[in-house]
Design a protein around this ligand. Structure first.
Ligand code: FES
Ligand SMILES: [Fe+2]
Length: 411
């Protein structure tokens, strides 16, 4: 249980809030590669309204939504060879926020040199566009964009699913340090829904453990019939602080990235990599697809693993009321994650860099992940391509063929 005040502190992500200040120290996916085009689009991140565009020179820009002239929205604009021109009176801004042109002002005016749009740094990596909304001062410069392994492997295929979920991002992150839900939500409840006796995940958790480490929280488990010699315990997999879960096995490795749109909405990105032994052939472009939340009757989709997770997160409320919960021993991971957020908020308040801040250029950051998940890597991979959001991937059949897995008739 948390007091209402502590719950506010944990969940508010806007500018000036303790969590908002912590989260502004990280690079966030703001879009998939296909969203950054010559047509500007509205995006929202950490409670801030923004406009993303790609100009004629290929530069991607991210500006605050309102034009500094008379506040029209800059998505009502046209991209030029350099920069974005406001649709209302034609002021033109570059990706650094400099005002390059004010067509209505006298030719000899220097007014444009004294006006700036709010601009944020953006970088492209692995099919995503990342943005940084934090401080950019000599004392607190922009950190390096972490080059996590899945984003940079050059011998893997990728696909990216995404959806906007109507709830706060913390309750989604808490799910990633809550292994017991697997056997119940995806096991018992999953089979109850299907009217089948065989659940998706049958094995019970005998033991779970969590430890804070350099990348966030490392999770370990021993399932019924397994031992501490198995990968699930010996290697485990990480919650990557502050916003990702890493899951996978046998050449399938995925990130679930939880991007706070604002206090009550989260952009969920399912980022998959497919890397069979010996590597995958080159992939021309990373496919992007939307993960649906409801079926044709308007009912929440619950007949697969991610759908079950999504409905659990959303039904906790827009912001889960933690003053009315009852935590038990099985919630140790959740308690640890809340403590970690609180500690890192304090670090930022003291002017220190929080966990997972990178200050030196690097090629790749390798993350640990068990190869032999739930006792059988290949079984897990086949389960995941069937039961996760990958079922909506436009390349699912190609992925199965890439691994030499059977391609069922639904494909
Ligand atoms: S409001 Fe943008 S140029 Fe006038
Ligand atoms: Fe789950």
């Amino acid at each position: 249980m948390l007091s209402a005040e502590k719950n506010e502190r944990l969940t508010r992500v806007g500018p000036g809030t303790p969590m908002g200040e912590l989260l502004r120290r990280y690079w966030w996916p703001i879009a998939t590669h296909d969203m950054a085009t010559r047509v500007p689009v509205k995006r929202r991140l950490l409670g801030e309204d923004l406009v993303l565009y790609r100009d004629g020179s290929g530069t991607v820009g991210l500006l605050a939504e309102q034009c500094p002239h008379r506040r029209a929205a800059l998505w009502l604009g046209c991209t030029e060879d350099v920069g974005l021109r406001c649709g209302y009176h034609g002021w033109r801004f570059d990706a650094d926020g400099r005002c390059l042109e004010q067509p209505g002002e006298p030719a000899d005016s220097t007014f444009k040199d004294r006006v700036r749009a709010t601009a944020y740094p953006v970088r492209e990596l692995g099919g995503l566009v990342f943005a940084y909304l934090g401080p950019q001062t000599p004392e607190q410069p922009v950190p390096e964009l972490p080059r996590y392994d899945l984003f940079v492997w050059d011998d893997a295929w990728r696909d990216i699913g995404h959806a906007e979920l109507p709830c706060n991002f913390v309750q989604i992150m808490e799910n990633s340090v809550d292994p017991y839900h697997v056997e119940w939500l995806h096991g018992r409840y999953g089979s109850f829904l299907r009217g089948e006796s065989l659940p998706v995940v049958t094995k019970k958790h005998v033991k779970v453990a969590f430890e804070v480490f350099e990348h966030g929280i490392l999770k370990r488990r021993v399932l019924e019939g397994h031992t501490e010699e198995d990968d699930d315990w010996k290697v485990g997999h990480p919650l990557v602080f502050p916003h990702m879960l890493r899951v996978g096995a046998a050449g399938l490795a995925t990130f679930q990235i939880r991007v706070p749109i604002d206090d009550e909405n989260t952009w969920h990105v399912w980022y998959q990599t497919y890397r069979p032994d010996g590597g995958a052939p080159p992939q021309p472009e990373v496919p992007v697809y939307e993960v649906p939340l409801k079926d044709e009757r308007g009912e929440w989709l619950r007949d697969y693993v991610d759908g079950q997770d999504i409905v659990a997160w959303i039904t906790q409320g827009r912001i889960s009321d933690r003053s009315r919960e009852h935590l038990g021993r099985s919630d140790l991971g959740v308690i640890l994650l809340r403590k970690l957020y609180a500690q890192q908020m304090e670090r930022v308040a003291r002017g220190e860099d929080p966990l997972c801040t990178y200050r030196t250029p690097h090629d790749v950051i390798d993350l640990p992940m068990e190869r032999d998940k739930f006792g059988s890597a290949v079984e897990f991979r086949q389960l995941w391509t069937r039961e996760s959001s990958i079922r909506y991937s436009p390349i699912r059949s190609e992925v199965l063929r890439l691994f030499g897995d059977p391609v069922p008739s639904w494909s």
